[in-house]
Each structure stands twice: as structure tokens, then as C-alpha cells.
Write a protein that binds this ligand. Structure first.
Ligand code: PLP
Length: 415
């Protein structure tokens, strides 16, 4: 983390919750990275697995000589490892360029093979939502806790539906979805329909063998589990109707043409394996830190509301989502970045402009409260010191923004 520029200086370092934001790097040794849901650092196991394929080892796995065969063997071993983590046959794994491509392939690929109405939950990532919209599909409501409304799904399931997509866990609020129940309902009501689950956020935290067991199609992404960016996979169980999006040399059982990203694929497999091996220990530790952070922030920030944290609703251990009245996410993120805290609003911002979150809207959270959304996502690299620092910096930043707002609203003569 030291490779990054030190947080900008300016304010005094201090622990006062309502004082100025301590923008002087109180922790000059490292950043406080609380954005693991956006991307994760590369795991050592992934880097070690990749390095030979970025150096002396190379080869096109589709070739017919020893160099090619060695590359093919590496891809095959990675396929075995991915299949073991997901709980499928190696032959069901299709390597892609990431989660977005895997989601697109599931939605558009099934629609191309079997045209008909497509449904997805109202809280899907844009990687699912936009292809569903592109094929004329519709969304199914969630309840105010952020959990799929199974009655609404039942009502939407007409006999001609061909696909229903429900993410394993949401990327903004971290709520785990009832994939098995939904798949069971779809199977009973429309036996021919396929069920897709986007397990991109869940892969670090849940035992996928159980979490996605009911789904025909599963999307995963390497960079959310400590692997490199730009690689992912779609698992397509036998018999799922699927057409390729990318045509060419016929790699990946003709489902995804293009020369394999060998280094990326072996890195993803190593990361997934490492995540699965340490999950039980890391998930407990991270959940405890996340809960301490949540309790501390809610106590220190008047009016802050925890989103997606309803009692009894399963959620990912690393994700904390808050709505903070009286501030705007962009301004808060700016102050936090200045202080060396990396966080997110979790709303769409690929263009740099934050848009209202469709996830919060689907949960019935209005734009005013949603404007102050803050997502803090912890991961296996997070420490108690990260939580301590965030607990000092975030309430102070909110107080500073609220103070500035109150100030600017005062009539000029009273200043
Ligand atoms: N699905 C979910 C739930 C995500 O959170 C993301 C990334 O943020 C994606 C899909 C897209 O994955 P990728 O970045 O590998 O394209």
C-alpha cells in the first residue's frame, strides 16, 4: 500500500470526533483501504501462481506442441480448482474477461438460445440489469430489508419465462439473497426456465458449493477475491441453453472464443482457493471488525442509519452500508480520501458522476437519505487499526460537512 501517494496534508492529526478531519496522515505507514467490494489487493498466492506466466512460461493452450500443452495443463488445473470451489464439474466452467462478461453471457446467451421473457431482481448489478433491460426484461421487487420478495417473484413467473437472475449477495448493502428458495420456486412453476446467480461479491465470503447450489448459471470475478483484474468465469450447468457472445476460434467448448488469459486464469484459481481455505477464520474476524465499525459510527454520527443490517437477515461479513442525512456522499468521499481512507458511495460512478442508487430506491430509501450513502467494505487485509482510524476520521468528516452546510445557510448578516 505504500506505493500510493501519502494522503494530502492540511488539518491537524487528532482524535476528536467532532473536530477537524485529521487530514495529516495520522497513519503515514499505510492507507486505510475500506473498498474491498470495489476491488481487492492481489493475494500473494495469486501473484506467485501468475509470475511464471508473465515471465519464462508462455504458450497458447490451443496449440499442438509442448509449450502449448504446458499452458493447456495450467488452464486445466485452474479449471479443476475453480470447479472445486464452486461445486461444479470442471467442464461447466467457461473462462471470461470478468464478472461483467460472465453476467452478459448468462443473460444474453440464454435469451439468444431460448427467446422469451427474462426477469431479474431489482437490486442486480448493472452487469445483469443492463443486459436484462437490453433484451426487454423486467425486475422483481425486494422488501425494505433488501431481500428478494418471493411472492413478487411468484406473481411475475409466467409460463414462458426463460431466465431469472438473482445475485448471491448484493454489492452495495451486502444482503445475501435466497437463491435456493427462488430457484426452487422457479423450478416448480416454470420447469424450463434457467436461474442465474451473480456470485461476484459472495465468492470471498460464502461457501459457493452451498450458496449457488440451486442455480444453473453462476458468475464469478477474479479481482473481488484477491486475483488479477480482467478475468472471471461463468459456470453453466449441463443442459442450460446457452449461445456464445464472442465468436471466433471456438475455445471454451465454443462458448467463449479467444486465446486464454493464462496468467489471469491461474491467478484467479489460486486466489479463489486461498479465499476458500481461509474463509472460516477471516470471515469471523472481519465480521467482528465490521460490527465494531458499524456500532461506533452509528453512535458517533447523529441520524446515521445502517442499511441492509436488519436483524436476522444474512449479509456479507465485510460490508457496511450507512445512509447519513445532511451530507452528500461525494463531499464525504473527498474528505475521507484526503485523510487516507478509501471508501465508496456504491452508486454508479463509472463516469465520475454519482447517480442515485437503484438498490436503495428498491429498498424504499428516498433520494434525500440515499444522497448520503457510504459503503465501507472490509477484507482479509483489514485490521483493527483501520477500524480505529475510520472511527476517528469519518464522524469528524461528517461533522465538518454538516457544519459547513449550516454555516452556508446562515443569513449573511449573522456570520
Ligand atoms: N457483479 C457484481 C455484483 C459486482 O459487484 C461487479 C463489480 O463491481 C460485477 C458484477 C462486475 O465484475 P467485473 O468487475 O469483473 O466485470
Amino acid at each position: 500500500m505504500m506505493a500510493y501517494p501519502a494522503p494530502a496534508g492540511g488539518g491537524a492529526a487528532g482524535g476528536c470526533e467532532t473536530g477537524p478531519v485529521p487530514t495529516q496522515p495520522a497513519r503515514p505507514d499505510r492507507l486505510t483501504y475500506l473498498d474491498h467490494a470495489a476491488t481487492t489487493p492481489l493475494r500473494a498466492a495469486a501473484r506467485d501462481a501468475m509470475l511464471p506466466w508473465l515471465g519464462e512460461r508462455f504458450g497458447n493452450p490451443s496449440g499442438d506442441h509442448r509449450v502449448a500443452r504446458a499452458a493447456r495443463q495450467a488452464v486445466d488445473e485452474a479449471r479443476d480448482a475453480v470447479a472445486a470451489v464452486v461445486g461444479c464439474r470442471p467442464g461447466d466452467v467457461v473462462f471470461t474477461s470478468g464478472g461483467t462478461e460472465a453476467d452478459n453471457m448468462a443473460v444474453r446467451g440464454v435469451h439468444a438460445a431460448r427467446p422469451g421473457p427474462v426477469l431479474c431482481s431489482a437490486i442486480e448489478h448493472d452487469a445483469v440489469r443492463n443486459p436484462v433491460r437490453a433484451v426487454g426484461g423486467t425486475t422483481v421487487a425486494v422488501d425494505p430489508r433488501g431481500v428478494l420478495d418471493l411472492d413478487a417473484l411468484g406473481a411475475a413467473l409466467t409460463p414462458d419465462v426463460t431466465l431469472f437472475a438473482l445475485m448471491t449477495a448484493n454489492n452495495e448493502v451486502g444482503v445475501v439473497q435466497p437463491v435456493a428458495e427462488a430457484a426452487d420456486l422457479v423450478r416448480r412453476r416454470v420447469p424450463g426456465a434457467a436461474v442465474h446467480t451473480d456470485a461476484v461479491q459472495a465468492a470471498s465470503w460464502l461457501d459457493l458449493r452451498a450458496a449457488v447450489a440451486g442455480a444453473d448459471l453462476v458468475a464469478i470475478s477474479s479481482h473481488k477475491v484477491g486475483g488479477p483484474q480482467g478475468v472471471g468465469a461463468l459456470v453453466a450447468r449441463p443442459g442450460t441453453p446457452l449461445r456464445p457472445l464472442v465468436l471466433g476460434g471456438g475455445q471454451e467448448r465454443e462458448l467463449r472464443s479467444g486465446t486464454h488469459n493464462v496468467a489471469g486464469i491461474v491467478g484467479m484459481a489460486a486466489a479463489l482457493q486461498a479465499a476458500a481455505d481461509e474463509r472460516a477464520v477471516v470471515a469471523g474476524r472481519v465480521a467482528a471488525m465490521r460490527d465494531r465499525l458499524a456500532a461506533g459510527l452509528v453512535a458517533a454520527i447523529p441520524g446515521a442509519v445502517r442499511t441492509g443490517g436488519a436483524v436476522g437477515v444474512p449479509r456479507l461479513p465485510g460490508t457496511l452500508h450507512l445512509c447519513i442525512p445532511g451530507i452528500e456522499s461525494e463531499a464525504l468521499l473527498f474528505l475521507l480520501d484526503e485523510a487516507g481512507v478509501c471508501a465508496s458511495a456504491a452508486s454508479a460512478c463509472a463516469s465520475g458522476a454519482h447517480q442515485a442508487s437503484h438498490v436503495l430506491a428498491a429498498m424504499g430509501i428516498g433520494p434525500e437519505l440515499g444522497a448520503g450513502a457510504l459503503r465501507l467494505s472490509l477484507g482479509w487485509t483489514s485490521t483493527d487499526a483501520d477500524v480505529d482510524y475510520a472511527l476517528r476520521v469519518i464522524p469528524a468528516a461528517v461533522a465538518q460537512l454538516r457544519g459547513a452546510k449550516t454555516h452556508s445557510r446562515e443569513p449573511a448578516g449573522q456570520r
